[in-house]
Design a protein around this ligand. Structure first.
Ligand code: NAG
Ligand code: NAG
Ligand code: NAG
Length: 414
């Protein structure tokens, strides 16, 4: 057994972010003024093209039509989830006679335009996937050399969002390629939300130019794909906190850092860990793109994903991304500035042994607690809703947090 540090041995590490200059200009297409909300097939359904033996879960038009149906009937649309997004493995291996991408005819017999019409008839939007290089990551035709024709094809079909991957591309051409596709989308005249993976592919070589990325893209993936595991979620959070000085100032209305999909409602996270993912994705002003099976989801996961108070933090109109502000005694504190001078606070318990632990909210652990001078009103949103009432600098409020869980609070100065 290793001795467990007691509260007496608290080491407080504080983080600050360089002065927030209002973020550089965003892509001017009027979209993603708040973090995108929707559903994306990849993490749950991957490249399952076997409709003969697995018709219910293969990448086919039925999958998106069924998700669209459920999004309307089960309250997802009402909660704000809007985009139904196709990921890799939708196309045919051959372009058509005019050089256009076409959907696999067996799995999408009615074609993408009809699918877009169907999704639109439900009041939702359709996303599609393509790749900057010679092939998609799954080995389907890439868009290199065809950016204009592919952008026009997506616009003709009525597509509303493009996730543009970066496999099979020379890294020195990433900037040119992502920017060219951004221009090609603009020139179609259709508003198409543009989701990039430019920095993810550039980081192995050098620090990406986030001003250029923000000008070209509505959100951008920085780091590896999310998996259905707590380890994966933790790795993404650690990477984000370790690079927050560089990436946080780039986020704001029109352009967001994308830590990848929500895996809530699947198999790998405990309910406590699902709460942590939801809380931290809201704090990070991340796109909320679920990858799960909405046709069959546990009621608690559904309730968490549809929690209006968490969604309100995610979609806060100030549009500032939160960040890690302290590490203390195996807790992490993350904060996000909200409109109206309010603050969202997430306290994550990273000690994965033992039971729930208390974290005192005081100036000593939490410098921004100063907004409680002279008074503030504190509301706990997770793990359960609780009005903690009016507090002052001298209050001795303690929140209790499960191992690998998160307490999410809002603090309103009075
Ligand atoms: C294209 O870009 C121009 C200039 O930035 C902008 O005003 C216009 O709204 C854009 N159009 C679309 C469809 O995104
Ligand atoms: C981007 O567009 C420019 C101007 O048309 C062209 O010269 C360049 O080859 C393009 N690069 C890529 C990667 O598409
Ligand atoms: C504190 O916040 C709660 C929840 O929003 C609200 O019901 C209550 O009236 C607030 N109290 C004060 C004193 O502002």
């Amino acid at each position: 057994m290793k001795p467990v540090t007691k509260m007496a041995a608290v080491v407080l590490v504080l983080f600050t972010i360089g002065a927030f200059i209002s973020p550089v200009r965003s892509l001017d297409n009027g979209l993603a003024l708040k973090p995108t909300m929707g559903w994306l097939h990849w993490e749950r359904f991957m490249c399952n093209v076997d409709c003969d033996t697995d018709p219910n879960n293969c990448i086919s038009e039925n999958l998106y039509m069924q998700m669209a149906d459920v999004m309307v009937t089960e309250g997802w649309k009402e909660a704000g989830y809007e985009y139904v997004c196709i990921d890799d493995c939708w196309p045919s291996h051959q372009r058509d006679a005019k050089g256009r991408l076409q959907a696999d005819p067996k799995r999408f017999p009615r074609g993408i335009k009809k699918l877009a019409d169907y999704v639109h008839s439900k009041g939702l939007k359709l996303g599609i996937y393509a790749d900057l290089g010679t092939f998609t990551c799954g080995g389907f035709p890439g868009s290199l050399g065809n950016y204009d024709i592919d952008a026009q094809t997506f616009a003709d079909w009525g597509v509303d969002l493009l996730k543009f991957d970066g496999c099979y591309m020379k890294w020195t051409l990433l900037g040119e390629g992502y920017t060219n596709m951004s221009i090609a989308l603009n020139q179609t005249g259709r508003s198409i939300l543009y989701s990039c993976e430019w920095p993810l592919y550039e980081w192995p070589y050098h620090q990406p130019d986030y001003a250029a990325i923000r000008k070209a893209c509505n959100h951008w993936r920085n780091f590896a794909d999310v998996y259905d595991s707590w380890d994966s979620v933790k790795t993404i959070l650690d990477w984000t906190a370790d690079h927050q000085d560089v990436i946080v100032p780039a986020a704001g209305p029109g352009g967001w850092n994308d830590p990848d999909m929500l895996v809530i409602g699947n198999f790998g996270l405990s309910h406590t860990q699902q709460e942590s993912q939801m809380a931290l994705w809201a704090i990070m002003a991340a796109p909320l793109l679920m990858s799960n099976d909405l046709r069959d989801i546990c009621p608690r996961s559904k309730q968490l994903l549809q929690n209006t108070r968490i969604i309100a933090i995610s979609q806060d109109p100030l549009g500032r991304q939160g960040y890690r502000t302290a590490k203390v005694d195996s807790f992490e504190v993350w904060e996000r500035h909200l409109s109206g001078g309010r603050l969202a606070l997430a306290v994550m318990n990273k000690q994965e042994i033992g039971g729930p632990r208390g974290f005192p909210l005081t100036l000593a652990t939490l410098p921004s607690w100063k907004i409680c001078h002279p008074q503030c009103n504190v509301t706990q949103v997770l793990p359960s809703y609780k009005e903690l009432g009016v507090q002052t600098l001298l209050s001795e409020l303690v929140v209790v947090v499960n191992p690998s869980g998160t307490a999410l609070l809002t603090v309103t100065p009075i």
